[in-house]
Write a protein that binds this ligand. Structure first.
Ligand code: KG4
Ligand code: ZN
Length: 390
C-alpha cells in the first residue's frame, strides 16, 4: 500500500469480490449507499462435486465477471464516467479465485486512470455494518457508530473477535482453533442429512427442536479463542448411537468394545458443501425428524451461547460502544436475538443479503481506506492466507 495525498471525500466506488464461490460486483456511494449489488453464486455447480473445486471456481469467475460487472454498472447514468475509484478483495480466500477479481479490478482501474485499493475480505464483512440498512433492521445506525467497537466475524471460513480502535485499526482478540462456526453448521447439517447450506437448514430444523438434551460448549477459559470441532464430534457420536441399533449392532458388543472412531460422511474439499453420498435417503432415513430437530436445536444453542458470551465479555473488557456482527453466520436469527438480548451495549448487524459474500461490503471498506489516503500499487498480489490487521 502507498500513501496518497488526496483523499476522496465523496466517491462512487466500484468493487469486485471473488474470494470463494460468489462472483460479485457493486457500486456504493460515499461508503454507505448501495446503488447496485450483483452476486452470481456458483453453489449449484460445486454441489455436483461435493465441495468447492478451486479450478472450477476460478474459471466460473472469469465467465461470470463480465455480465456481473455490466449489470452493476448499469445503475449509473454515466456508466464508467461516474465511477471514481475501484476496489477488489485480495485475501483471504482461494488464490485462483482471488486472482480473477483482483486482476480484473486492477486492469479496469489502470485503463480508466482511477485510484485502486485492495481490501481484506474479513474487514469487508465488518464494513457491511456501515452500509445503510433496511428500515428497522438493527438497533444502531451506521452514522452513530463510535470507536472502540468489538466485531464478531462468523463465516464459513473464519470465526474471530476483533477490537476496532479506529477505521483500519484492528486488534485480533481471538479466533477459532479448528472449525469456523459456519463450517461447523455445514458439517453438522451434513451429518444430519439436512443439505446445504447448513446454516439456514439447521436454523430451520431447530425451530421444532426445543426440549432435547443439551450439547457441550468449549469455553477455552481465559481466552477469546473458539473451538467447534468437539461439538461437531459430539453430534456425530449421538447420531451414530442413534443409528447403531438399526445397523444391527448388539448392545453387548457396543458396550464391551471401544466406540468406533468418529468419522464424518465423505468430506467436501471446503467447508460446507455436502457430499453426494450424504444426500441420499439411506444416509438420513434412519434419523427421525424429532431427533434431528432436537440435535439441530442443541447444536445451535451451543454455538450461539459461546459466541455471544465471548462477544459480550470482550465488549465489557474493552469498553466498546457497540458490538458489530458480521459474516454469513450473522444471518442466524437466534444469534442475532441472543446477542441483542445479552449485550450491555447496542448490537449492529447487516441485513441478511449483506451478511453473506457480496461486493458492496468491499466498497464500504475501500471507502475508508481511500478516505485515510491509502491506495494500492499495481503490484498488489493476492494473499490467500491474509489475516485481520495485516
Ligand atoms: O460469509 P459467508 O457467505 O462466506 C464465507 O466467507 O465463508 O458465510 C457462509 C456461511 C456458511 O457456512 C453458511 O452455512 C453460513 O454462513 N450461514 C448461516 C446462516 N446463513 C448462512 N449459518 C447459520 N445460520 C444461518 N441462518
Ligand atoms: Zn465471506
Amino acid at each position: 500500500m502507498t500513501d496518497q495525498t488526496k483523499p476522496l471525500a465523496h466517491s462512487t466506488i466500484l468493487a469486485l469480490e471473488t474470494s470463494c464461490d460468489e462472483t460479485a460486483a457493486a457500486i456504493v456511494r460515499d461508503g454507505r449507499e448501495v446503488l447496485s449489488n450483483v452476486v452470481a453464486s456458483q453453489m449449484d455447480m460445486h454441489q455436483r462435486y461435493g465441495g468447492i473445486v478451486p479450478e472450477v471456481a476460478s474459471r466460473q469467475h472469469i465467465l461470470s465477471l463480465p455480465p456481473v460487472l455490466l449489470e452493476a454498472l448499469s445503475v449509473l447514468p454515466g456508466g464508467w464516467n461516474d465511477v471514481q475509484a475501484v476496489a477488489a478483495t485480495y485475501g483471504p480466500g482461494l488464490s485462483g479465485a482471488l486472482l480473477t477479481g483482483l486482476n480484473a479490478a486492477k486492469a479496469l482501474a489502470w485503463q480508466r486512470g482511477l485510484p485502486f485499493v485492495g481490501v481484506n475480505h474479513l474487514e469487508a464483512h465488518i464494513y457491511a455494518n456501515w452500509l445503510i440498512p433496511e428500515v428497522g433492521e438493527t438497533e444502531v445506525q451506521p452514522e452513530a457508530l463510535e470507536f472502540p467497537l468489538v466485531a464478531l466475524v462468523v463465516s464459513g471460513g473464519h470465526t474471530l473477535l476483533a477490537l476496532l480502535q479506529d477505521h483500519g485499526d484492528y486488534q485480533l482478540l481471538g479466533q477459532t482453533r479448528d472449525d469456523a462456526a459456519g463450517e461447523a453448521f455445514d458439517k453438522v447439517a451434513r451429518i444430519l442429512g439436512l443439505g446445504y447450506p447448513g446454516g439456514p437448514a439447521i436454523q430451520q430444523a431447530a425451530t421444532r427442536g426445543e426440549g432435547g438434551e443439551a450439547l457441550p460448549r468449549a469455553w477455552l477459559r481465559d481466552s477469546y479463542d473458539f473451538s467447534f470441532s468437539g461439538l461437531k464430534t459430539a453430534v456425530l457420536h449421538k447420531v451414530q448411537d442413534r443409528r447403531a441399533p438399526a445397523a444391527n449392532v448388539s448392545p453387548r458388543h457396543r458396550t464391551r468394545g471401544r466406540k468406533p472412531r468418529a468419522t464424518l460422511p465423505p468430506a467436501a474439499t471446503s467447508p460446507g458443501l455436502p457430499s453426494p453420498a450424504t444426500d441420499t435417503p439411506s444416509a438420513s432415513s434412519k434419523l427421525d425428524p424429532r431427533f434431528t430437530a432436537q440435535i439441530a436445536y442443541a447444536f445451535q444453542e451451543s454455538v450461539v451461547d459461546v459466541l455471544v458470551s465471548k462477544a459480550v465479555e470482550a465488549a465489557r473488557q474493552f469498553s466498546a460502544t457497540a458490538i458489530l456482527l458480521a459474516g454469513g453466520v450473522a444471518a442466524n436469527t437466534r444469534l442475532r436475538s441472543e446477542l441483542t438480548r445479552r449485550a450491555e451495549v447496542p448490537v449492529r448487524y447487516p441485513p441478511i443479503w449483506l451478511c453473506t459474500d457480496n461486493a458492496a461490503m468491499v466498497a464500504a471498506a475501500a471507502y475508508y481506506r481511500f478516505d485515510a489516503g491509502v491506495q494500492s500499487g499495481w503490484d498488489l498480489d493476492v494473499l490467500p492466507g491474509l489475516r485481520l490487521g495485516m
